[in-house]
Design a protein around this ligand. Structure first.
Ligand SMILES: [Zn+2]
Length: 275
């Protein structure tokens, strides 16, 4: 059995605010990298005990160079660095039996530890009218390859967001959100145990969890924070800017096309000045 792990940072055990996820923030960021590596190793250990033979770990936060390569479990391979065409889920294809999203967080504009969608420019994102955050967007990409996302780890609120999109998904809840930058965290030992427990349960249930299928063609809609961002995003050929809602629409041929177009829009929008 072959397993794909996309590992973000905001939902990692013990991480509660930006000091742990920002490379410029010093000692807490270095601790955050260790927490991220330890969470990932817990999942890898349980996966190998459950019959998984091949694991690709995608470092999926910021510049995607956070996991401590030298401390990662020797049986896993690490995809590190950026850019990548399919960003957080690059390398995932039909050869994988299952995917897990580790250290994930809720979407922009709702409660949850460090909630956001991709970058600060997105207010809301929709696929075929369904609102999605990073979890849903990446799950749709996995769905293109018929790969089910069988487990998510993070706070109690990403567990809820994920369960609403993928019934039966296993959730390793390592912290309870108190505010966007505060949480009640399990101890290191309990978090590791919960990650291992849910990994084993999820891998015993792969056939019961459906891939997140989205009908083709895909309508991608991104509502931006301000008009200047939307105007830049609408440079993408084939897109349509709806000024009343500050939303840019794009009809994608498939999830790969949707992913690269989303990245193009974000990069363009990021260049818009506000003040
Ligand atoms: Zn992140």
């Amino acid at each position: 059995m072959k397993l794909f792990l996309s590992v973000d940072m905001e939902g990692i055990s013990g991480i509660v605010d930006t000091s742990y996820i920002n490379p410029d923030s010093g000692v807490n960021y270095q601790r955050g990298r260790q927490f991220m590596t330890t969470d990932t190793n817990a999942v890898i250990e349980a996966a190998l005990e459950s019959g998984v033979t091949e694991i690709l770990v995608s470092d999926s936060h910021n510049t995607m160079n956070n996991i401590l390569w030298e401390s990662l479990h020797p049986k896993a391979k690490l995809l590190a660095g950026s850019p990548r065409d399919s960003s957080m889920v690059h390398g995932l294809d039909e050869s994988f039996d299952a995917a897990m999203f580790i250290g994930y967080h809720t979407r922009q504009g709702i409660p949850g530890v460090l909630s956001h969608t991709m970058s600060g420019v997105i207010r809301n994102m929709y696929i075929n009218g369904q609102i999605v955050g990073e979890f849903g967007f990446n799950a749709a990409y996995a769905g293109m390859y018929n790969v089910p996302v069988v487990m998510v780890s993070g706070d109690n609120l990403i567990a809820k967001e994920a369960s609403e999109l993928i019934p039966g998904i296993h959730t390793a809840i390592v912290k309870e959100a108190v505010s966007r930058t505060a949480a009640i965290c399990l101890s290191r030992e309990e978090a590791t145990a919960e990650l291992k427990r849910q990994t084993a349960l999820a891998l015993g249930n792969v056939k019961q969890i459906q891939p997140y299928h989205t009908a083709l063609p895909l309508e991608l809609a991104i509502e931006f924070s301000h008009a200047g961002q939307a105007e830049f995003a609408a440079i993408v050929p084939g897109s349509r800017y709806e000024t009343e809602t500050n939303t840019v629409y794009y009809n994608a041929a498939n999830q790969q096309d949707m992913y690269t177009t989303m990245r193009a829009m974000l990069n363009l929008a990021g260049g818009a000045e506000f003040f």
